[in-house]
Design a protein around this ligand. Structure first.
Ligand code: GRF
Length: 216
C-alpha cells in the first residue's frame, strides 16, 4: 500500500484583519492536501492573529525587515502565502522561497498594482480608469512589487453604481474562493519549484457560483 503524503504545511503572512486567512482556515479544515501550519504577522495588533489563535494555529510576530527572522518563522512550511501582508519581503527571503511564495491582490494585475496600491486605493483607481472589469489575482512574489508571474485570476464585473467599497466587497468575496482553490491546486501538484499557471474553469461571470481553477 502506498503511504498517503501528509498535508502540505502552509505559512500565511498577514498584516490586517485576515479575512483571506479565515477563508484558508475554513477551506483547509480537515483537508488531506494542505494545512495552515503557522501564521506570521508584521504587526502585533493584526486582527488576523486572533483568527489564527482561534483556529489553533501557532503565531509569530516578525520584524518585516529581518530576512533571517522571516525565514526562521516560516520554518519547514513548504508554501508561503501573503494574505494582506503589507510589507515588502526582503530579497533574501524572496530568493529562499522562490516559486513557493505567493500573494493575493484585489485587481487584475498587471494593472492597478505596485507600491502604494492596496485596499481602497486599488478599487478607487479601477473605478477612476473607467475599466469595465476588475477581479482578483494570485501571483508569485519576486523582487518587484505585484509583478511576479500570475498563477490564477478571476474577473469581477464593475457595475454602474459601484463605489470603491461595493466593488471591493465583491472582489474580496472572490478572493476568499480563489486563494484556497489555488493553494489546494498547488499542494496537489506538490508545490513545484517552477512557475505554474492555473486556469479558471466554468463561466467567469457566474455570480454566487463556485470558483474553480484547473491544472492543465
Ligand atoms: C485583500 O484584499 C488582499 O487582496 C490584499 O489585502 C487584503 C487583505 O484582506 N492583499 P484580509 O486581511 O485578508 O481581510
Amino acid at each position: 500500500m502506498r503511504a498517503v503524503p501528509p498535508p502540505v504545511p502552509v505559512a500565511v503572512l498577514v498584516s490586517g484583519g485576515g479575512t483571506n486567512l479565515q477563508a484558508l482556515l475554513d477551506a483547509l479544515q480537515g483537508s488531506p492536501l494542505a494545512r495552515v501550519a503557522r501564521v506570521i504577522s508584521s504587526r502585533s495588533d493584526a486582527g488576523a492573529l486572533d483568527r489564527a489563535r482561534r483556529g489553533g494555529v501557532p503565531v509569530t510576530v516578525a520584524d518585516p525587515a529581518d530576512a533571517g527572522a522571516l525565514i526562521a518563522a516560516v520554518g519547514d512550511a513548504r508554501l508561503v502565502v501573503l494574505a494582506g501582508y503589507l510589507k515588502r519581503i526582503p530579497a533574501a527571503t524572496v530568493a529562499r522561497f522562490r516559486w513557493r511564495l505567493i500573494n493575493i491582490h484585489p485587481a487584475l494585475l498587471p494593472a492597478f498594482g505596485g507600491p502604494g496600491m492596496y485596499g481602497h486605493r486599488v478599487h478607487a483607481a479601477v473605478l477612476g480608469s473607467g475599466a469595465a472589469v476588475s477581479g482578483a489575482t494570485v501571483h508569485y512574489v519576486d523582487e518587484e512589487y505585484d509583478r511576479g508571474p500570475i498563477l490564477a485570476q478571476w474577473p469581477v464585473p464593475v457595475l454602474p453604481d459601484d463605489t470603491p467599497e461595493s466593488l471591493g466587497e465583491r472582489v474580496l468575496a472572490v478572493e476568499h474562493q480563489l486563494l484556497p482553490a489555488v493553494v489546494t491546486a498547488l499542494a496537489q501538484l506538490g508545490v513545484p519549484e517552477r512557475p505554474v499557471r492555473l486556469f479558471a474553469r466554468g463561466s467567469t461571470f457566474v455570480t454566487g457560483g463556485e470558483i474553480a481553477v484547473e491544472i492543465r
